[in-house]
Design a protein around this ligand. Structure first.
Ligand code: UT7
Length: 345
C-alpha cells in the first residue's frame, strides 16, 4: 500500500496524522550489552533446566550489562545508532523521552544523563514509566509534540537493565529477563504517515501482581528491606500471563479496527517479547499467520521497555519490514499497562 493511496480513516481516533502534522519514525536503533547469559549458566544458579526455560518461555539466552554499565549507557548507544540511521545530529534533537523502570538513579532522569552523553545540548529531557509497555507510551507522547508542531525532532528511547533488579535466587523470575535499549527518531517527514494510531490502557488494581516493592517512598531502602529482598522483581507469573493475553488481544484488535485494517494487511506483528506462549496465543487469536509475527525473544529474553524497540530495529535491519509496510506493535507490562500501535513504516 503506497502512502499516497491512504485515505483519512472514518474513526477519528485513528486519524492522528490528519488532525495534526503527520509524525513519522525517521529511523530506529538498538543496543544490547556484550555479555551473553545462557540457560546453562542459570542452571548453575538455581534449580532449573534449559528444557524447562525454553519450553515454558521460548528463551535460550539473554544479555547482561556489565557492573559499571547503567541504563543510560545502553540508552545512549541505542540513541546514537538511531540518530546515525536517521541522519540526525545531536543539535537537531528538541526533546528526549526515555521509558524505563530501571533509571540509573531516582534523579536526575535517565533522559538528562542521555542528553549529556550524546551531546544534545538543546534538548528538553524527561522520563516516563510504563514498565514493559513504556516504549509505546513514549512514542505516543513524542508523537503529540510533533503533531502539535511544538518540536521538530523527538528522540524516544525504551531502555532497561532489569538484571539490576532480578532476584538471582528466584527461579520463577531470574530466567526471564535481560538488558537492552531501543530508540526511535520522530520527525515530520514528507510522504510518510508513520504512527497511524496508538491505543493505550492500564489497570492499577493489579499493581502488586508484578512489582519491585522496595526502594521508593512507600518502602525506602533499609537494612530490613534488604533482608526481606524487597528490592527485587516479584511476579505472579500465571496471573500476569492470563491478563497479558486478554489485554494484548483487545488492544491489537482495537488498533486494527481504528485503522479499518484486517490482520492480513499487516506485514509484521511485533509483540512484547516476554513469553513465546503469550505471543502465540495473542497472534493466533488476532488471526495472524506465524510468518507474520516477529520473535527475537530466544536471544534477548524480556528486556522490558526495550523489547519492542529492539525487535523493530532487528526486523528493519534484516529486511522483514520494508518502507510502506504496515506494522502492528502490541505490548503489556507491570501496572498493569498495555498498548498497541499501527505504524506505516
Ligand atoms: O513483561 C511483563 C509481562 N510478563 C510476562 O508476561 C510473564 C508472564 N508469565 C509467564 O511467562 C509464565 O507464567 C512463567 C514463564 C513465568 C511461568 O510459566 P508457567 O507455565 O506459568 O509456570 P508456573 O508458574 O505455573 O510454574 C509451573 C511449575 C511450578 O512448579 P510446581 O508448583 O508446579 O511444582 C514452578 O515452581 O514450574 C516451576 N518453575 C520452574 N521450574 C524450573 C517455575 N520457574 C521454574 C524454572 N525452572 N525457572
Amino acid at each position: 500500500m503506497t502512502t499516497s493511496a491512504r485515505k483519512p480513516f472514518r474513526n477519528p481516533r485513528a486519524r492522528h496524522n490528519y488532525l495534526g502534522r503527520p509524525c513519522s519514525i525517521a529511523a530506529v536503533g538498538a543496543y544490547v550489552p556484550e555479555r551473553v547469559v545462557t540457560n546453562a549458566d542459570l542452571e548453575q544458579l538455581v534449580e532449573t533446566s534449559d528444557e524447562w526455560i525454553f519450553t515454558r518461555t521460548g528463551i535460550k539466552e539473554r544479555r547482561q550489562a556489565a557492573a559499571g554499565e547503567a541504563t543510560s549507557d545502553l540508552a545512549a548507544k541505542a540513541a546514537q545508532r538511531a540518530m546515525a540511521n536517521a541522519q540526525v545530529s545531536a543539535d537537531q534533537i528538541d526533546l528526549i523521552i526515555t521509558a524505563t523502570v530501571t533509571p540509573d538513579m531516582p534523579f536526575p532522569s535517565t533522559s538528562c544523563l542521555v542528553q549529556q552523553k550524546i551531546g544534545a545540548k538543546r534538548a528538553a529531557a524527561f522520563d516516563i514509566e510504563a514498565a514493559c509497555s513504556g516504549f509505546i507510551y513514549a512514542l505516543e507522547i513524542g508523537q503529540q509534540f510533533i503533531m502539535s508542531r511544538t518540536y521538530d525532532t523527538v528522540l524516544v528511547i525504551g531502555a532497561d537493565k532489569l538484571t539490576s533488579v532480578v532476584d538471582w535466587a528466584d527461579r520463577n523470575t531470574c530466567v526471564l529477563f535481560g538488558d537492552g535499549a531501543g530508540a526511535a527518531i520522530l520527525q515530520n517527514r514528507p510522504g510518510s504517515h508513520g504512527l497511524l494510531t496508538v491505543c493505550l490502557g492500564a489497570d492499577g488494581s493489579k499493581g502488586d501482581v508484578l512489582c519491585v516493592p522496595g526502594g521508593g517512598s512507600r518502602l525506602p531502602a533499609s537494612t530490613q528491606s534488604l533482608a526481606q529482598r524487597q528490592h527485587y522483581i516479584r511476579m505472579d507469573g500465571r496471573e500476569t500471563f492470563k491478563y497479558a493475553v486478554q489485554a494484548m488481544l483487545a488492544a491489537g484488535k482495537e488498533a486494527l479496527t481504528r485503522c479499518e485494517l484486517d490482520i492480513s494487511q499487516i506485514a509484521c506483528v511485533i509483540p512484547h517479547q516476554a513469553n513465546r506462549r503469550i505471543i502465540e496465543a495473542v497472534s493466533e487469536r488476532l488471526g495472524a499467520r506465524p510468518e507474520q509475527v516477529f520473535i527475537n525473544l530466544d536471544r534477548y529474553g524480556n528486556t522490558s521497555a526495550a523489547s519492542v524497540a529492539l525487535a523493530l530495529d532487528e526486523a528493519v535491519a534484516c529486511g522483514r519490514v520494508q518502507r510502506g509496510d504496515l506494522i502492528l506493535l502490541v505490548v503489556f507490562g507491570a501496572g498493569f499497562t498495555w498498548g498497541a500501535a499501527v505504524i506505516e513504516w
